[in-house]
Design a protein around this ligand. Structure first.
Ligand code: SF4
Length: 553
């Protein structure tokens, strides 16, 4: 099929030059976002919130993971009508990038201490394997940076129009059935290019995911670039490369480039793809700037050709498609490592932790012989390298903290974004509602096991940070006739981690919206409808995509 070539000037640097076509592009050209760090240290932290320039406050500080948070007490009815200044508090959300979700227990203790001292004990695991604090004062930011950097952590490019924190397989390097350990790829890229001015002015954010696990334990279809472990019949283990996936208000699933890339080649290919985005990405409208729009217009064949001809100056090998082997991709529970130890996956409810909990997790892990922790893209965490004889003890200890290694289906498969509690774009509450809903569903389904778990992804607005379009039950926050609630999306699915023939976005049913109060009743109703009407072996996503509307209401 011929690809559509956009005819109007889209602000692509390689086509029309660098004259900025909107205020965001002007701002990025006037001063690189990375330059804001110096001003935080020299001025803002000393003179306080009021000294921060508007450009740094609402844009450039993001390049250092520092983002204004929602002023307390403003409900969702006013989200769309207030200005950013009216919506913003004088404290910040701070995102710490944890590339590949890989932490030591020492780093985890530092994260816990900083949460306690500076973040009013907030610490959420995001579905991009970051740790997110709230309530951070600008006065404290230099000390937080110093203490993070002393243990090899940083907030560099955790937000902004840059390469954001990398998703990586949480079992990288330890799983017995791993095709390829993605750690050298992640480290090779991050160490060379994160914080480099080469990629500090992209058209929009750029998201990367890398795995070598056969379950495909990262959502590879919804990242700007994904490297997925695959075995080439002649060349051996390497990566299948996908580009141009992203959700938000115009969701698009990534496309395969059809290439096989070795571990050694992967950083160079990543560099080439980000360079294409920088040079050919659309900069006219922010809502049309993500890589997915360019990939859609060019198609994967042209994209590959430009990558090979203009950036790599050589041809890549054709390669086979990676498919998940159907094993669970969330790593919850106790599992054997290749070295005889075990790793244990725990489910904190919707990723919510705290300073003391982070510290306690690290101490409990050390008692069990471990010095390594991993965060997952599903707001969960793993403790690695546990001595098998200590596993039960660790499971019991973390259970006391509300982290379950054998959670109910609902606790295991529910995610929620920040929502009204801290996010300026939110219409509704998410995390608290999700936690109450999980508790209620556990009570109502006590003694029943639902396999595979039904994913419930709760989002405070259409931006889809918690991926409502690719959940079994996806909820998009909105105001419904004056009440807080959600549009319901059903049967969305990624191929990731399941035996599926295709990935697709969830369906909506005309008029199907639920208020926040009705949520537990609705989820119970639709799950019971599924259990009553499904065919033998059918999972929720298959059933929901085909079910008559009356069974979904
Ligand atoms: Fe905020 Fe919306 Fe993202 Fe939730 S989905 S964190 S409400 S922008």
């Amino acid at each position: 099929m011929p690809t559509r070539t956009p005819t109007r000037d889209q602000g692509q640097w390689a086509v029309s030059g660098r004259s900025p076509l909107n205020s965001d592009e002007v701002l990025k050209q006037e001063a690189d976002g990375l330059t804001s760090r110096d001003r935080v240290i020299s001025t803002y932290s000393k003179e306080g919130f009021g000294s921060i320039s508007q450009e740094d406050l609402f844009a450039r500080l993001k390049w250092w993971g520092v983002y204004t948070q929602r002023k307390q007490g403003i409900d969702g009815h006013r989200t769309a009508s207030l200005t950013p200044n009216e919506l913003s508090d004088d404290t910040f959300m701070m995102r710490v990038r944890i590339d590949g979700g890989q932490l030591t227990t020492e780093q985890t203790k530092v994260l816990g201490a900083l949460s306690h001292e500076f973040g009013r004990d907030t610490a959420d695991i995001t579905d991009r394997q970051n740790i997110q604090y709230h309530w951070i004062r600008i006065e404290d930011v230099p000390e937080i940076w110093e203490r993070l950097e002393a243990v090899g952590l940083r907030t560099t490019e955790a937000c902004g129009d840059v390469p954001r924190g990398f998703l990586g397989s949480p079992v990288a390097g330890i799983a017995a059935d791993e095709i390829i350990d993605p750690t050298p790829t992640i480290r090779g890229i991050v160490d060379q290019w994160i914080g480099s001015p080469e990629f500090s002015n992209l058209p929009r954010k750029f998201k990367t995911a890398v795995t070598g696990h056969p379950s495909i334990d990262i959502p590879h279809e919804i990242n700007d670039i994904s490297f997925v472990g695959v075995v080439h019949p002649e060349l051996g283990p390497g990566y299948d490369v996908w580009v141009g996936g992203a959700l938000a208000t115009t969701p698009k699933l990534a496309k395969r480039l059809g290439v096989w890339v070795s571990q050694e080649e992967a950083p160079e290919v990543w560099h080439g793809v980000v360079s294409i985005f920088r040079d050919y990405g659309y900069r006219l409208r922010r809502t049309h700037a993500r890589l997915k729009f360019l990939v859609e217009d060019w198609g994967p064949e042209k994209f590959r050709q430009v990558l090979e001809d203009e950036y790599l100056h050589r041809k890549l090998h054709d390669g086979p498609a990676a498919h998940p082997d159907g094993s669970p991709d969330d790593h919850i529970g106790v599992h054997a490592q290749k070295d005889g130890n075990v790793y244990i996956g725990f489910a904190p409810t919707v990723g919510r932790l705290s300073g003391p909990k982070l510290t306690a997790i690290a101490e409990a892990a050390e008692k069990a012989g471990s010095h390594r922790i991993r965060l997952t893209p599903y707001q969960k965490l793993l403790v690695l390298d546990v001595l098998p004889e200590r596993a039960d003890e660790l499971v019991a200890e973390l259970q006391q903290l509300g982290l379950q290694a054998h959670p109910s289906s609902f606790r295991r498969a529910t995610m929620a974004c920040s929502g009204i509690e801290f996010c300026k774009l939110a219409f509704v509450e998410t995390k608290g509602l999700a936690a109450r809903t999980v508790d209620e569903l556990e009570r109502r389904f006590a003694g029943e096991t639902i396999e595979p778990p039904i994913t419930l992804n709760i989002n405070g607005c259409p931006n889809s940070c918690a991926r409502f379009q690719v959940a079994d039950i996806g909820l998009k926050g909105q105001i419904i006739k004056g009440e807080f609630g959600f549009q319901v999306h059903l049967g969305g699915r990624l191929e990731t981690g399941r035996h599926l023939d295709e990935s697709r976005l969830g369906r909506t049913v005309r008029g199907l919206k639920v208020t926040s109060e009705e949520l537990p009743d609705y989820v119970e109703r639709v799950v019971r409808s599924f259990l009553a009407h499904r065919e033998e072996g059918q999972d929720f996503a298959h059933w929901a995509i085909e079910a008559p509307e009356e069974q979904l209401a």
